[in-house]
Design a protein around this ligand. Structure first.
Ligand code: PLP
Length: 439
């Protein structure tokens, strides 16, 4: 049995390069984080070797006494992390990630072609909440179910609940899903509950982005109003890559959620659970009960506010005018810029964030905004002062992008990319100077 470096120097080398990249750049992707050594140790352990289809005490394979102990511990810690009463709530910790968790919920409580409403992708929603273009049903959710999006009020940047209510009254969805990938504010759960009740729909919250903030009670609590709550485990929660589904134990709309959801996960859509992930998740959920986890989540929010304030001081337009959580969405259109160009220049300077649609965009390929998140760099120890500097560095990158864009005759994205990736890019010294300061 060889160490990785001996057995496969090529893969070892790639991992080492990726590790260096992660450590030298400013990681500002709102859905990313750095998990702990303890979580990584569990994920890289012998737990990966075991098959355990089924649930604790009800397995299709032998040799599962320790896996049963582990999964039961993970379930208990998951309920404790979100302050849930085990008499009212239960959890399935086997979903392989966030998208499968959502599809498992739909499969559990809906029939094919039943109706779903989720936040529109270009308005900050996630693909797994349904997405189709006039030409194509893009998301599996829209292929197997009928999806109708709700959207933001473009002037305020907030969810347009009046429009959701009107559309729901006509469309009569069987499931409404709250939650987003790029929404800097809390959802109005009481209002959504009312709308769901009026049309007889399940109310689901996908708290993937904010589950760490929910566990630390620094944002509103979706469990008070929703029937089902799904999440990824690797974003603000800071665990391994995976998913969870929380559900009410009492029947909802005549459906026994416990049986329906557990069966949708296995045998419906998955086979053997990833026990190494469940091990890492249990470690992360223990940490989620600690005072330093709560302090960390508070810092994620205060750092993000500091970033938002500085960006606004510098004249940037933020969707919804600020943030209540871990991310800001910058609308670059008033500058005559788009997210794709800015993402590229910042990437060259080791500032990692992503281009993002903002409500009203004409093109999804060249969206008008960038999304900036605070969880990863807060894990690396940044406080508000450093996040003010982050805003200044991003601003410098945006100014370089403006100059670069002016250098390209016409403004096609392709021409721009050719210019900035050529060795003779006239502004390369400026980019390298920015990179030196970042690294
Ligand atoms: N739900 C939301 C709100 C997300 O933002 C994401 C991913 O970014 C997912 C679900 C999907 O998670 P995964 O990439 O683990 O499938």
């Amino acid at each position: 049995d060889y160490e990785l470096g001996e057995a496969d120097p090529e893969v070892r080398g790639i991992i080492d390069k990726e590790k260096k990249r992660q450590f030298r750049s400013l990681e500002l992707i709102a859905s990313e984080n750095f998990t702990s050594r303890a979580v990584m140790e569990a994920v890289g352990s012998c737990l990966t070797n075991k098959y355990s289809e089924g649930l604790p005490g009800k397995r299709y394979y032998g040799g599962n006494e320790y896996i049963d102990e582990l999964e039961t511990l993970c379930q208990e810690r998951a309920l404790a992390a979100f302050n849930l009463d085990g008499k009212q709530w239960a959890v399935n910790v086997q979903p392989l990630s966030g998208s499968p968790a959502n599809f498992e919920v739909y499969t559990a409580v809906l029939n094919p072609h039943d109706r779903i409403m989720g936040l529109d992708l270009p308005h900050g929603g996630h693909l797994s909440h349904g997405f189709m273009t006039p030409k194509r049903r893009v998301s599996g959710t829209s292929i197997y179910f009928e999806s109708m999006p709700y959207r933001l009020d473009e002037s305020s940047g907030l969810v347009d609940y009046d429009m959701l209510e009107k559309t729901a009254t006509l469309f009569r969805p069987k499931l409404i899903i709250a939650g987003a990938s790029a929404y800097p504010r809390d959802f109005d759960y009481p209002r959504m509950r009312k709308i769901a009740d009026a049309v007889g729909a399940f109310l689901v919250m996908d708290m993937a982005h904010i589950s760490g903030l929910v566990a630390a009670s620094v944002v509103a609590n979706p469990f008070e109003y929703c029937d089902i709550v799904t999440t990824t485990t690797h974003k603000s929660l800071r665990g391994p890559r995976g998913g969870m589904i929380f559900f009410k134990k009492d029947p909802v709309l005549g459906v026994d959620l416990e049986a329906a959801i557990n069966n949708a996960v296995f045998p419906g859509l998955q086979g053997g659970p990833h026990n190494h992930t469940i091990g890492g998740l249990a470690v992360c959920l223990k940490h989620a009960k600690s005072p330093d986890f709560k302090a960390y989540q508070n810092k994620v929010v205060s750092n993000c506010r500091a970033l938002a304030s500085r960006l606004m001081e510098l004249g940037y337009k933020l969707v919804s005018g600020g943030t209540d959580n871990h991310l800001v969405l910058v609308d670059l259109r008033p500058l005559g810029l788009d997210g794709a160009r800015v993402e590229k220049i910042l990437d060259m300077a080791s500032i990692t964030l992503n281009k993002n649609s903002v409500a009203g965009d004409k093109s999804a390929l060249v969206p008008g905004g960038i999304r900036i998140g605070s969880p990863a760099m807060t894990t690396r120890g940044f406080s508000e002062k450093e996040f003010v500097t982050v805003a200044d560095l991003i601003n410098e990158g945006v100014q370089i992008t403006l100059e670069a864009k002016n250098l390209v005759s016409g403004s096609k994205l392709q021409d721009f990319m050719k210019l900035v990736t050529s060795p003779e890019f006239p502004l390369i010294e400026k980019v390298l100077n920015l990179q030196r300061r970042v690294e």
